[in-house]
Design a protein. Structure first.
Length: 212
């Protein structure tokens, strides 16, 4: 039997889940928190939420919200009003191994906080990673990459690229006038294309990982 996750670590994951949902304007119920983390009893989810209130990381409304995480909100101090979150559509999965069909399959919205007013005007999208070719760059299966839409990039950028009707996430390299999509895992081979054979869809600007 695998060791239990330390309570403090689990609570941090509960907080991040609550923060993302509250910023997205979709507060979950306590039972949704229970289901998300696989707690056997709804009281366990409630206990984590109450502890977050005690720590000052969540506020609790005094209205008729008994038993509902929808009665919780973020403290003003935790919300950056100067740089409010933007919402990136989560467009399904992308292969980080070989190429995979680039089929848009919207799963929802991901709140993203960027560090400047200019960043607030960026067009973003999010993709769930499949495959292990970017493992050594810290991008693992089931991670979510936040991508800034742009059709150019420089060598060393991690990009989402489209070849025909298939897409992948790789490190961009240039070699003798050719485009090289470089994996960050020695078990995978680089992919080399002539200009015009490969289209840059965007640059990866953030990686999200949910442990539970």
């Amino acid at each position: 039997m695998s060791p239990k996750t330390p309570p403090g670590e689990t609570r941090e994951h509960v907080y991040q889940f609550m923060r993302d949902r509250l910023l997205a304007g979709k507060p979950p119920t306590v039972r949704e928190v229970q289901a998300r983390f696989g707690f056997k009893a709804v009281q366990t989810a409630q206990a984590h939420l109450e502890q977050l209130v005690a720590e000052g990381r969540l506020n609790k409304s005094h209205g008729d919200f008994k038993g509902h995480a929808r009665g919780y909100s973020l403290p003003e101090s935790s919300v950056d009003h100067a740089h409010p979150p933007v919402f990136a559509p989560l467009l399904g999965s992308i292969q980080a191994g070989g190429l995979a069909a680039a089929i848009e399959d919207r799963e929802g919205m991901v709140p993203v906080v960027r560090g400047s007013r200019r960043a607030g005007s960026e067009k973003l999208f999010a993709l769930r990673v499949r495959g292990e070719s970017m493992r050594d760059a810290g991008i693992l299966p089931d991670d979510i990459v936040i991508v800034r839409v742009q059709n150019t990039a420089i060598a060393g950028d991690i990009v989402v690229a489209l070849v025909g009707d298939e897409s992948t996430v790789k490190t961009l390299k240039m070699r003798r006038g050719k485009i090289v999509l470089q994996p960050e895992n020695p078990a995978f081979k680089e992919m080399v294309y002539e200009p015009g054979e490969c289209e840059i869809l965007g640059k990866v600007v953030e990686v999200r990982r949910y442990i539970e």
